[in-house]
Design a protein around this ligand. Structure first.
Ligand SMILES: Nc1ncnc2c1ncn2[C@@H]1O[C@H](COP(=O)(O)OP(=O)(O)OP(=O)(O)O)[C@@H](O)[C@H]1O
Length: 284
């Protein structure tokens, strides 16, 4: 089976920002996390994928099909969760569901009702009375109730408490178990990705830093700690980012084997978290 989502050399120009040369692939059965600092271009990329913005260059294929030529067919198979609420505030959950469900050919009322119970939402509540977290739960219930093969979400866990976030992660993990579906979502909560993502795509300043498997990232990146006496120009250049204090240095490498060879027992090597990788890379 081919890729579920294929992005090649995607380009979008705004007056003060350019997203350029964005490429990555997502295969069936996997979860990809999309990370990057504020303003890196995550929402823009997601809007381009969903054809909510017009691209200036590149190619996007979903289920092997061009995302514009086959937009209707593709969107029937995508569950989309977006950080801005796009529902009619004066309608109840039930009324809104009736409108939205009519757009999907494989809508499943049983699944939706199950999520309503699971998420503790009352179908009679008006949308405008829902808290931010409850609106997110409603969006998720819609996205998960029409047999979508690809779930795309822009910061779905922001504004959710840790208990519900964990619940969501478990649900997402279950979604990919049949190995046909995939999930692509942006988040600032990198610990969530450490729990469930298979692949991480990291963008900064409108460009890809990497798009790799989480295991490969966590195997090659490391935090190195040592005394300042070890730092000369050559050594400094081995690090992606470096923080110096009066007693020593702490740096991020993406070639831990080389560092081990260079310094042997002279430095302390620790596992880098996704947050370390993001912070050091952005600050340089
Ligand atoms: N419609 C627009 N017109 C002009 N500039 C825009 C538009 N939409 C986004 N931008 C700019 O594109 C850049 C990337 O924004 P984007 O929302 O994609 O970032 P992000 O990675 O999602 O950030 P955050 O984590 O803060 O949500 C920003 O500099 C933003 O100002």
């Amino acid at each position: 089976m081919g890729s579920i989502l294929e992005v090649n050399n995607l380009r979008k120009e705004f007056k003060n920002f350019t997203l350029d040369n964005i490429s990555f692939n997502l295969e069936p059965g996997y979860i990809m996390g999309f990370i990057g600092p504020n303003g890196a271009g995550k929402s823009t990329t997601i809007k381009l994928i969903m054809n909510l913005l017009k691209k200036n260059g590149g190619e996007i294929k979903i289920f092997g099909l061009d995302h514009i030529k086959h937009e209707k067919e593709i969107k029937d198979r995508i569950g989309f969760v977006y950080d801005e609420n796009y529902y009619y505030e004066d309608l109840t959950i039930k009324q809104m569901k009736s409108i939205v469900s009519s757009f999907y050919s494989k809508w499943e009322d049983d699944a939706f009702n199950r999520y309503m119970n699971e998420f503790d939402l009352n179908p009679k509540s008006k949308i405008k009375t829902l808290s931010k977290g409850m609106k997110m739960k409603f969006s998720l219930a819609i996205a998960l109730s029409h047999n979508a093969d690809l779930i795309i979400m822009d910061e779905p866990t922001s504004g959710l408490d840790p208990v519900f976030r964990r619940e969501i992660l478990d649900i997402l993990y279950n979604v990919i178990q049949d190995e046909r579906k995939s999930i692509f979502f942006s988040t600032h909560i990198t610990t969530d990705l450490e729990k469930i993502a298979d692949y991480i795509t990291f963008i900064n300043n409108g460009e890809i830093v990497f798009s790799k498997s989480k295991d490969e990232i966590l195997d090659t990146y490391a935090i190195v700690k040592g005394g300042t006496d070890l730092l000369d120009r050559d050594v400094r250049s081995q690090f992606i980012g470096l923080r110096e204090t009066s007693v020593g240095f702490e740096g991020l490498t993406n070639d831990v084997n080389n560092i081990k060879k260079m310094f042997k027992e002279e430095v302390l090597i620790e596992r880098a978290t996704l947050e370390d990788i993001m912070v050091y890379t952005v600050r340089r």
